[in-house]
Design a protein around this ligand. Structure first.
Ligand SMILES: Cc1cc2nc3c(=O)[nH]c(=O)nc-3n(C[C@H](O)[C@H](O)[C@H](O)COP(=O)(O)OP(=O)(O)OC[C@H]3O[C@@H](n4cnc5c(N)ncnc54)[C@H](O)[C@@H]3O)c2cc1C
Length: 306
């Protein structure tokens, strides 16, 4: 079966990849999804800001999405992709355990790489610690918030989240950011802004985190907001020689077209700030539509006209 030439290989079974896979298979396109099991929000106990699924467990949503994609004919292969190359009219994807997967088009839906600070205690990410002011802050309203990061992005996250906090402290590593305009505005609104860094942290039994800083402060956080966590997933994009933005995300059109005509991208892999679950799913639909039109018009119908 793996000798087949699929119409589309989708790398990544998150909201972007599974939404695209469902639409592609419903369009009668043979679709292979190759993915690891861990989506960005897998550590969280529930989702918010997702239409019709508010409060549902991520695992339940993904199970239903996998069933839907499978019902229309998509095949899901649970494997890590270690390499992807584009040739003139097809792509070859190498799974760790499944070499030589071939497709006419490739959709990159690999999300981002979340790089967590070494001091973050196990089990805290997605429960007490987040990198977004929209996803889980409401559920943590009324607690003590600590925002930790290097510079202005962290201060922006603090500005977007301060209404949820009984008390908020921001630790920024960059001293100039801690003295900048945003820092001064936050201070005026009762937020403590420090140029400091976390050196140690431990989980407290009530579900919070106790932080010790380089300047000798001890801070109790009911909720931690971390800046600078999500990084571009560069490996496959670089191997495919795609044009990348200065930050390292693939340059794409609204419909996910990259600089290589056989390769599309969708979801967090594209890099927009706070590009959330539904945005990722929507971009999967957009990319699937563009691929359908590409396969129908650019190759099949035009071939007949030659
Ligand atoms: C802790 C946390 C909680 C969140 N909560 C919410 C929320 O409540 N509401 C909301 O709207 N948004 C939330 N988000 C954001 C949301 O999870 C993301 O926007 C969304 O998951 C992005 O979808 P995606 O399909 O682009 O990528 P992902 O969901 O990350 O899926 C990418 C998939 O690609 C796979 N993959 C990556 N590399 C490879 C490879 N080399 N080979 C094979 N497979 C690969 C991964 O294993 C994964 O299955 C949260 C994010 C985090 C970090």
């Amino acid at each position: 079966m793996y000798d087949d030439l699929y119409d589309v290989i989708v790398i990544g079974a998150g909201p972007a990849g599974l939404t695209a896979a469902t639409m592609l298979s419903r369009s009668m396109r043979s679709t292979l999804v190759v993915s690891g099991p861990r989506r960005r929000n897998s550590p969280a106990s529930s989702v918010s800001n997702v239409p019709y699924a508010d409060g549902a467990a991520p695992a339940d949503i993904y199970r239903k999405m996998e069933e839907d994609a499978g019902r229309y004919g998509a095949t899901i292969l649970w494997d890590e992709v270690i390499s992807a190359r584009a040739y003139e009219d097809h792509v070859v994807v190498e799974g760790r355990g499944h070499p030589g997967l071939r497709g006419r088009r490739l959709l990159l839906a690999t999300g981002r790489v979340d790089v967590l600070p070494a001091w973050l205690p196990d089990g805290v990410w997605g429960r007490t610690a987040f990198d977004c002011p929209y996803c889980h802050t409401y559920e943590h309203s009324g607690g003590t918030f600590v925002c930790v990061g290097t510079g202005d992005e962290t201060l922006k996250m603090a500005a977007l989240s301060r209404q949820f906090a009984k008390r908020m402290t921001v630790l920024v590593g960059d001293p100039s950011a801690s003295r900048g305009r945003l820092a001064r505005l936050l201070t005026r609104h009762g937020v403590e802004v420090l140029s400091d860094e976390v050196v140690r942290a431990s989980a407290d039994p009530a579900g919070g985190v106790v932080l010790e800083t380089a300047h000798g402060r001890t801070l109790d956080a009911d909720t931690l907001l971390l800046g600078d966590v999500a990084r571009p997933y560069r490996k496959l994009a670089e191997e495919l020689d795609l044009d990348l933005s200065a930050e390292g995300f693939p340059e794409t059109s609204l419909y996910g077209m990259t600089s290589n005509p056989l390769v599309y991208s969708a979801g967090n892999v594209e890099g927009s700030s706070y590009f959330m679950w539904t945005g990722a799913a929507s971009s999967g639909i957009n990319a699937a539509r563009a691929i359908c039109e590409d396969l129908a018009f650019a190759s099949e119908l035009l071939d007949d006209w030659d």
